[in-house]
Design a binder for this molecule. Sequence first.
Ligand code: C2O
Ligand code: CU
Ligand code: CU
Length: 480
Amino acid sequence: MNKKYLSVLIFAVILIMAGCNVMNPDYPQPVPGEVGTDSKNDTGQALPIPALLEDTNSEAGRAEYTLRVQTGTTRFIGNLSTPTLGYNGSYLGPAIKLNKGDEVRMHVINELGDTTSVHWHGLEVEGTADGGPHQVIATGETWSPTFTVNQPAATLWFHPHVIGTTAIQVYYGLAGLLLIEDENSRALGLPDEYGINDIPLILQDRSFNQDGSFLYVTNMMDGAFGDYILVNGAITPYLDVSQVKMRFRVVNGANARNFNLRLADRSTFYQIASDGGLLEAPVLTESLFVSPGERAEIILDFSSYKEGEILELISDNALVMTFRVGGAAVDETSIPDRLAEIERIDERLALGTKTIELDGMGHMVTLNGRKFDMQRIDDDVTLGDIEVWEITTVGAMMMGSPGHPFHIHGTQFQILSRDGAAPAANEQGWKDTVFVRANETVRIIVRFNYEGVFMYHCHILEHEEAGMMGQLEVKNSFNN
Ligand code: C2O
Ligand code: CU
Ligand code: CU
């Protein structure tokens, strides 16, 4: 690279960084949680638990749910009220629990005063029910997709997916949980009492203006980052736990931030599930990495702690939340050695290899060298086809970016390799989002079982919005 080009580049970077500061005027002095601070002080909020949404269809095997997309205000800091968005409430949304085999009808009523859509992230359904950018719901309208749940027990989630406003609508609060149970998940004896020993943790980060309103700053390098960590909509909350095993369904619902979770005392825990369901066997670990869009289920065993002890869950050096250990209690749950059977997709059945190149930063992002175009179908796929996708982040414009979380709609895939090496045990289950590190090549194998148009993209929402997205169309070859 010649000197002139280099200095222009450096100048551009300085401009970009200066731009961020301009967009970030007199910042309130936030008090992000710090590891080792007195977590017993009463300023922290108790962890809110999203309510389970009521199924309004009493027939067996059928379920019907109503979501209202609303505006509202929420208190995060002191008495300040923050204008927010939510489903059936002011921030985030309820948890919808589905059973495998259920015939489901959803009603999404858009009361936002703006267009939105609701995408069921991780759900295997036809394109018309997926809730992507082609299923926009105009303000005042109701969208009522139907589908049959036909995939194993898993922690999925839902969020908007409209062109141009996905990132800001999610930042303002639009995200909810979609939980699937099946015969296997119910028979294992795992902690599965929702809100009691089975607790969702929706991880996000947010910044605030002095008046309490959200400060949405798009850091040009990587997307929108916040100064505060929120769990289920509360800033670094606490949860009171008994001396029992607790299951946590971790959802990275942040726009751009990766979480690298561990307990401050370095205790181990089990990971039992990835994006698309239970792993074959529990994986004992000291840390859990989740990039935007990814989920994982973990089990922490509090039986070796004493009453009154405080445990901190941290991400790198930031406090995420605390667990306040209470008394002993009867624990009839278990963590079986075998959790699920996962049929490996045979690589020899793959019809070809597709290359996905994720390149760039800030607004200068591309997928395979181009930006998303709603009018363009990037790939055609025949229903039932199996493909290998080779996803790379090689590119000159990766400065400062740790990588891209790559997501495909309407399917669950398996990771074949990372830079030629077999994936870690906790990445050998079903996935719909995989973090591809800078200068890494990840090979996945995927089967398309539903017809329609589906998105694939980087789940850093600012990258997605800037065009790091493509769309494929799955067609039944007998129909056309
Ligand atoms: Cu979580 Cu395209 O979405
Ligand atoms: Cu999705
Ligand atoms: Cu990205």
